[in-house]
Design a protein around this ligand. Sequence first.
Ligand SMILES: NC(=O)c1ccc[n+]([C@@H]2O[C@H](COP(=O)([O-])OP(=O)(O)OC[C@H]3O[C@@H](n4cnc5c(N)ncnc54)[C@H](OP(=O)(O)O)[C@@H]3O)[C@@H](O)[C@H]2O)c1
Length: 339
Amino acid sequence: MTRKLKVGVVGATGMVGQTFMNIIAEREFPIEELRPFASENSLGKKIELQGKLWPVQVLSENCFDGLDLVFFSSGDDISREWAPKAVASGAFAVDNSAAFRMDPNTVLIVPEVNGHLIHSDSKPQIIANPNCSTIQLVVALKPLMDKFGIEDVRVSTYQAVSGAGKEGHDELISQTSAQTKDDSINHTPKTFPHQILFNCIPQIGSFNEEGFCSEEVKIMTETRKILGQSDLKISAFTVRIPALNAHSESVWVTLKEEASRDQVVDALQSFSGLIVQDEPQKSIYPLARDVSGNDPVYVGRIHRDPEQPKTWLMWVVSDNIRKGAALNGIQIAEKIFKF
Ligand SMILES: NC(=O)c1ccc[n+]([C@@H]2O[C@H](COP(=O)([O-])OP(=O)(O)OC[C@H]3O[C@@H](n4cnc5c(N)ncnc54)[C@H](OP(=O)(O)O)[C@@H]3O)[C@@H](O)[C@H]2O)c1
């Protein structure tokens, strides 16, 4: 019989935390106890899971005692302070923030890609969940890397507002609703640097001296770490768009070997967790609205660059809250506990 787990979720009331609960229920993840954590604002709320109501708690000394697993989705500062405490109390900490991703002593896992790094005799430790845009990119790159080798990657993203959490999601909804009442309105941005409605914003995070924003740096550094290719040439450009959920990416990938289109498509569609949707003549390719709420990473518009025969273009779309965060975390937990 499968062992039931005692699980803590830090950020249980947030977009990722709520999706985590939904996926636990869908996959019948075996839970003996759920301990949901959130800010003081959520005290008094209860989270419903598997027919029971679990009261929301705030973080406090010894709050992780007795837990097997703690999932963190409350931002970098909270993870930095509390994930080591979860491990000290004997739990695995699956961390959705950026706090430990590039720590050389922490594994950064996408189960289909490098799940072998979670050993069967692993002791409680922090396991980092990558950035959402990185996860969908590496799922699409891994089969190409294994079959043909990868020389160079360029990626431009079109990222949904849900990637900025509840506040980002609500900002697009409230701007849309206000616009229907007064179409001359100029919206004051809160979460995003500019009005997101009717706009595209080429900034996600803050800029470094080289002109890259932090989301772009995450994609470049995390992709190299997950694929185990520290010399991979990769350049990213990230853009926030007024889609509600699911991130899209246009990707140029230069392979080490020449391949036919059939070989490239075959490699992609044989890979677990990846679905090819590619009939451009019928306008069939992955769309954020359709992909939202689904588990796989979708790829379409697969075609060769005629100027550079080893370079392939493709369109990669995935639900940033599911595979980009909560689902990937649960798949990590399934590997740790061998479900
Ligand atoms: N959204 C995405 O696509 C995505 C993808 C990958 C990774 N992530 C990462 O996941 C994390 C959460 O993202 P999200 O989108 O779920 O954000 P969110 O919707 O804004 O939720 C934030 C959560 O953190 C909780 N929180 C705030 N202060 C807290 C405190 N002092 N102690 C405990 N909990 C506290 C909030 O509780 P209250 O409700 O009480 O305020 C809420 O549950 C971030 O690190 C983000 O970078 C997000």
